[in-house]
Design a protein around this ligand. Structure first.
Ligand code: FPP
Length: 246
């Protein structure tokens, strides 16, 4: 049986987030430079985006560049930024053809002007698409996101816009970069590492975690299906007992 046929379309995760890891190792295995791995990684980005939309996933969030990634060698940072610009230029048609809306989260002011210009252009052109929202986490760090939220809320408290007693999950959610997104249901990390690496710490509170040894450039449509089948075989209890759920 095809893996695709094992997926229950009525129980899809509403929000899948992916830590795309292993580009560098993949390139090394091929005897190539790390940049080659990142370039091949964009092929997986396209395949996973298209197949998620085709399945009916409503939200897909990809960890493309972390706040910590700024500390990589300058040349690698430049390569990643160039790759982002060229991918955005190249993939606007893929997004339009599949009715996908582009969104971005992170400290976007830290991005080079050329990247933010291209990013804003694609975000604007795809803003009315409504089949799936593809969110790129760029210059994103969960702690940085929480710091920004705390600062914003503090200013509002100081100016009597919010009273401290009114601060609840909803208010905090509204001040995160992800304010327009639902909680994550399934978090996937490739390349065998079993860490969260400062990604969506608040938003994964009840997410199912799925780790695979597959390196990101090798991650295919079938690997995505396998992760979803695995997710659908789990019992999500949200703190309740099994009996309460049935
Ligand atoms: C992790 O592999 C990957 C990244 C830091 C960047 C992810 C970027 C892409 C897939 C390409 C551009 C993205 C888009 C959205 C067009 P690594 O370099 O940490 O691999 P390693 O752990 O094997 O060294």
């Amino acid at each position: 049986m095809d893996l695709r046929d094992k997926i229950h379309i009525d129980r899809l995760p509403n929000h899948i987030a992916i830590i795309m890891d292993g580009n560098g190792r993949w390139a090394k295995q091929q005897g190539k430079l790390r940049a080659f791995g990142h370039e091949r990684g964009t092929k997986s980005v396209r395949e996973v985006t298209e197949s998620s939309a085709e399945l009916g996933i409503k939200n897909l969030t990809l960890y493309a560049f972390s706040t910590e990634n700024w500390n990589r060698p300058k040349l690698e940072v430049q390569t990643l930024m160039k790759l982002l610009i060229s991918s955005l230029k190249k993939e606007i048609n893929t997004l339009q053809d599949n009715n996908i809306k582009l969104n971005a989260i992170g400290d976007l002011n830290a991005l080079p002007t050329k990247v933010s210009r291209e990013l804003n252009d694609v975000i604007d052109k795809t803003k009315t698409n409504d089949r799936m929202t593809l969110t790129l986490a760029l210059s994103y760090g969960s702690r940085d996101e929480i710091i920004h939220a705390v600062r914003d809320i503090s200013h509002k408290v100081k100016n009597n816009i919010i009273s401290p007693e009114k601060i609840d999950e909803y208010i905090i959610n509204q001040h995160l970069y992800t304010r327009n997104l639902p909680d994550v249901d399934l978090l996937i990390r490739t390349s065998g590492e079993q860490r969260i690496s400062n990604f969506l710490l608040w938003q994964i509170a009840y997410a199912e975690l799925y780790f695979t040894d597959v390196l990101w450039p090798d991650f295919s449509k079938d690997d995505l299906y396998e992760a979803i089948v695995n997710y659908q075989n789990r019992e999500r209890r949200f703190g309740k007992t099994s009996e309460q759920l049935s």
